[in-house]
Design a protein around this ligand. Structure first.
Ligand code: IMP
Ligand code: ZN
Length: 470
C-alpha cells in the first residue's frame, strides 16, 4: 500500500466517519432530562452506510481498514460531543457527564453548571412564573385603556382608513408621556371602538387576558359612550359590556367579573347625574354585576365639588364609589370635599401624603375611614406623576399597614399586566413572595362584591397556596 493511498483513505475515512453517537446517559437516570442539544454527530446507521461507501470507493486493503478503525476509535474517544447530551442541572446526573478529552476547546458549547447569566435568566423566569400563577384581584382597570396590542391590530384591520398605528395607543417600555398626552391617546382609541361589536370584542379580549394573567376577580370600569356615527347609545354601550362579561362566564373562564360605571369629569355634573341614573338601573337589574361608580378622566377638568351631589345620590342608592383622588398635586381642597362622602376606595391618591400645605389633613381622613387605595405603579411612572419606582407612594401606605391594592389602570396603554405590577413592587420594595401573597389575599377584603363572593375567593386562594409555595 503506498503511503499516498494510505494517507488519502485515512483522511477521507476520518472525514466520512464524522463524530460519534451521542450518549444519553444522563437521560437514562434523570426523570426530567433537559432539552437535548442539537445533534452534532451522525447516527450510527448513517455512519455505517457512509463507511461502506468509503470502502467501496477507495478499494482499501486490510491495513487501511485497521488504520480506519483505529482512527475512528481514536476520534470517538476524543470527540464524543458532551454537548449532545441533554443538559440537566440535577447533581445526581453529574457523574454521567463526560468531560471533553484533550485537544483544546471543542467547537460546540461546553456543558456544565449554568453560567451566572443563564442562572439569572432562569431565576427571572421562575419569578415571572410565580407572579403569573399567584391568584390576583384587579380593582382598577379602565376598559378602553386595557386593550392589548393584539386586539388593537384586529380593530385597526377593520378600520384601515383611520391609519392608526400601534405607537399611537401604547406607551412602550422605557417611554413616558404626560397625563395630558395620555388623555389624547384615549381620543384615538375611541375612534377605533365606535360600534357595539367593537365593545363586545374588547370586553371579551380584555377579560380573557386578565384571566390568562392569573386574575381571579376583576372589577372593570368604563364610561358609557354614545356614538352618533354608529347609533350606539350609552345604554347599548353598557349592555354590550355586560354581554361580554356574560359570554366569558358562559365560556367557563376562571374569573369573576364585575362592572363599575364611570363618570368622566370632563362631562360635568349634568352628565354625571345621567350616568348615576343609568348605573342605578343596572345595579338593580344585573344581579350584582354592576356594583359601583368610578370618577375619572382628566383631573384638571372641572372641580370635585361639582360631583358631590350625584355621587352622594349614588351612594344612597347602594352604588359603591371608587374615586380618582389627588392624582396630581394641589388638589387638597377637592380631595377633602370628596373624602367627606366618604368613597369606598381611592384611585391613585398619589399626592395624599405629600408635604404640601393642606395635605396634612388628608392622611388622617383616609386612615380613620380605612379607605383602601388602588395603586398603579407603571401608570404613575409612565405618566410622570411619580419620578421613580422607589419614590412610589406604595412605600408609604404599606409601611403604615394601610389597605393598598396593586392594579394596572390601563394595561394596554401602559403595556403592563398585573403580574408585572406585583413583580415590580416586590423588587422595588424588597418584599418576599410570602408578603406578596398576603398583599394579594388581603385585596379580597376590598372588592365591591358580596361577602359570599369574598369567602369563595378566600377559599380559592387557600387551595392554590400550597402548590405555589411548593
Ligand atoms: P373607558 O372609561 O373604558 O372609556 O376607559 C378610558 C377612560 O378612562 C379615559 O378616557 C379616562 O376618562 C379614564 N382614565 C383612564 N386612565 C385614567 C387615569 O389614569 N386617570 C384618570 N382617568 C383615567
Ligand atoms: Zn385610573
Amino acid at each position: 500500500m503506498s503511503l499516498f493511498w494510505l494517507s488519502l483513505t485515512h483522511v477521507s475515512l476520518v472525514l466520512l466517519c464524522g463524530g460519534a453517537v451521542p450518549l444519553r446517559l444522563c437521560s437514562a437516570v434523570c426523570p426530567q432530562p433537559g432539552p437535548a442539544a442539537p445533534p452534532v454527530s451522525r447516527p450510527l446507521e448513517r455512519r455505517g452506510a457512509a463507511v461502506g461507501r468509503a470502502f467501496h470507493l477507495n478499494k482499501l486493503d486490510l491495513g487501511a481498514v485497521i488504520e480506519f478503525r483505529l482512527a475512528c476509535a481514536f476520534r470517538e474517544l476524543r470527540e464524543v460531543p458532551v454537548a449532545a447530551e441533554p443538559r440537566c442541572a440535577e447533581p445526581r446526573c453529574a457523574p454521567f457527564r463526560r468531560p471533553a478529552l484533550q485537544g483544546g476547546a471543542p467547537p460546540w458549547p461546553r456543558p456544565g453548571p449554568p453560567s451566572a447569566r443563564t442562572g439569572a435568566v432562569m431565576a427571572a423566569e421562575r419569578e415571572r412564573r410565580f407572579y403569573r400563577e399567584l391568584p390576583k384581584v384587579e380593582l382598577h382597570a379602565h376598559l378602553n385603556g386595557c386593550i392589548s396590542s393584539s386586539t388593537m391590530r384586529k380593530l385597526m384591520a377593520q378600520k384601515p382608513d383611520l391609519q392608526i398605528q400601534n405607537g399611537m395607543t401604547v406607551i412602550d417600555k422605557g417611554k413616558k408621556r404626560t397625563l395630558d398626552e395620555c388623555f389624547q391617546m384615549f381620543q384615538i382609541i375611541y375612534q377605533i371602538t365606535t360600534r357595539t361589536e367593537d365593545i363586545l370584542l374588547i370586553t371579551k379580549d380584555v377579560i380573557k387576558e386578565f384571566a390568562d394573567d392569573g386574575v381571579k376577580y376583576l372589577e372593570l370600569r368604563s364610561t358609557p359612550r354614545e356614538e352618533k356615527s354608529t347609533g350606539m347609545t350609552k345604554r347599548m354601550y353598557v349592555e354590550t359590556v355586560l354581554e361580554g362579561i356574560k359570554q366569558c362566564k358562559e365560556e367557563g373562564l376562571d374569573i369573576d367579573v364585575r362592572l363599575l360605571i364611570a363618570i368622566n369629569r370632563r362631562g360635568g355634573p349634568a352628565v354625571a347625574k345621567q350616568t348615576v341614573k343609568l348605573a342605578e338601573e343596572f345595579l338593580l337589574s344585573t344581579d350584582g354585576v354592576v356594583v359601583g361608580l368610578d370618577l375619572s378622566g382628566d383631573p384638571t377638568a372641572g372641580h370635585g365639588q361639582d360631583f358631590l351631589e350625584p355621587l352622594s345620590e349614588a351612594k344612597k342608592a347602594g352604588l359603591k364609589l371608587a374615586l380618582h383622588l389627588s392624582e396630581i398635586p394641589n388638589q387638597e381642597a377637592e380631595t377633602k370635599i370628596l373624602l367627606g362622602l366618604p368613597p369606598d376606595r381611592i384611585g391613585h391618591g398619589t399626592f395624599l401624603n405629600s408635604a404640601t400645605a393642606g395635605s396634612e389633613e388628608l392622611v388622617p381622613l383616609v386612615r380613620q375611614n380605612h379607605i383602601p387605595i388602588e395603586l398603579c405603579m407603571t401608570s404613575n411612572i409612565k405618566t410622570q406623576t411619580v419620578p421613580s419606582c422607589d419614590k412610589h407612594h406604595f412605600g408609604y401606605w404599606y409601611s403604615i399597614g394601610h389597605p393598598a391594592v396593586l392594579c394596572t389602570d390601563d394595561k394596554g396603554v401602559f403595556a403592563t399586566d398585573l403580574s408585572q405590577e406585583y413583580e415590580l413592587v416586590a423588587k422595588t420594595f424588597n418584599l418576599t413572595r410570602s408578603q406578596m401573597w398576603d398583599l394579594s389575599y388581603e385585596s379580597i377584603n376590598y372588592i365591591f362584591a358580596s361577602n359570599a363572593v369574598k369567602s369563595k375567593l378566600r377559599e380559592q386562594w387557600c387551595k392554590m397556596k400550597p402548590a405555589l409555595f411548593d
